[in-house]
Design a protein around this ligand. Sequence first.
Ligand code: DUC
Ligand code: ZN
Ligand code: ZN
Length: 466
Amino acid sequence: MSRILISGGTVVAATGSFPADVAIDGERIVSLFEPGSTLLGHFNADRVIDATGKLVVPGGVDVHTHMEMPSAGTVSADTFETGTLAAAWGGTTTIVDFAGQARGSGLRQAWEAEMAKAEGRCVIDFGLHMIVSDVNDSSLAEMDGMVQEGVTSFKLFMAYPGVLYSDDGQILRAMQKAAQCAATIMMHAENGIAIDVLVSQALQRNERDPKYHASSRPSILEGEATHRAIVLAQVAGAPLYIVHLSAAEALAEVVAARDAGALVHAETCPQYLFLSAGSLDQPGFEGAKFVCSPPLRGSSHHEDLWRGLAGGDLSVVATDHCPFCFKGQKEVGRGDFSRIPNGLPGVEHRMELIYQGVVEGRISQERWVELTSTAPARLFGMYPAKGVIQPGADADLVVFDPTTVHTVSAASHHMAVDYSCYEGLDLTGRVETVLSRGRVLVERGAFVGALGGGRYLKRAAPPAHL
Ligand code: DUC
Ligand code: ZN
Ligand code: ZN
């Protein structure tokens, strides 16, 4: 493997930015030098990547993706290969995807099946969370073994009764077990029992278009479930991570809990910052492209979420990348919004979308790095190999051009899905060069890496306090 010097750029860390040359030997970062000092012979590089005028940031860490996930009678459109390739194009060098327990079957079986799909196929490094859809004595007992395999986070659902749903007793038991085996519980916090009533009432009224997906999942039911999850986690003494937080009501619960000292973190996703429920109400069936759960909210929620990101109440931006093509997949729900597969594509544009927060003065560039790389790496047991530029860390690096303007389009993206939620949106700042463990993957508008070089990450326990 080669010795690479990334020279002349501004290194951006969660704690500050400074000019430095980054030296890589093989898979690791070995030194940070004062700009130009390697000319004195401190480091003999096989090649130099010129980052003059550019930002040098740790590779993005997206802790919420769903590649080739079975759902609603179909499978999400990106494979581990196409999805991680698209991630790399967008400056993400680590994903954490999900293995899903099938009801009546075990956790290990689900993990092995997911490993069989992902191993040898990912372009970048990957980890796995476990979706527990059947909390019982046997699956609880299996959690220890999963932690040994590096699965240190378990997702539960307060939504989707009869499919993925856990009741409060099951949630409490899983949280108690997580506290015992030093794992994190990730929660899909929507009150699914109430939502199912609202969905069937909407269908009875013949309200069948995509927009009724959003109106049957009101934001106060996310707020209520978030509150309940926090209370249950407090009773269990377990760390809690709320996934895909979309609404001001849910954020208020997280703020109150964190102010009271609870070990609660929450992620939001680009779609909840840039898109709104109005997108579901379009002529024809176009609104189906924007069906996800929790649903897109009114744009009044955007400001609250950005403030939450800036002020530290929200800890992470992940994508919940769960792409379904419009043709042949989303279309299945024509005439019945409840049959539209839930999920949006997004893994490719997270870093650049959230950088718009820097451009617009909502967050600092350091906070951008923290939200998209450092914090998710720490919360999910991958730091300091991931999420930081320092000697010893994996050489997962992005050279980011902060000024180039480009336009998002399905015609030019790399995700295996036939539309973009951000079609026509102009973005300032572009991922230019991407390295994963010292391997150059993307350079000057071309993929130059090898497929299948990503490795499984055996993740450590989350830190006790953050
Ligand atoms: N929750 C997710 O996290 N992803 C896709 C659908 C869902 O409900
Ligand atoms: Zn979810
Ligand atoms: Zn998800």
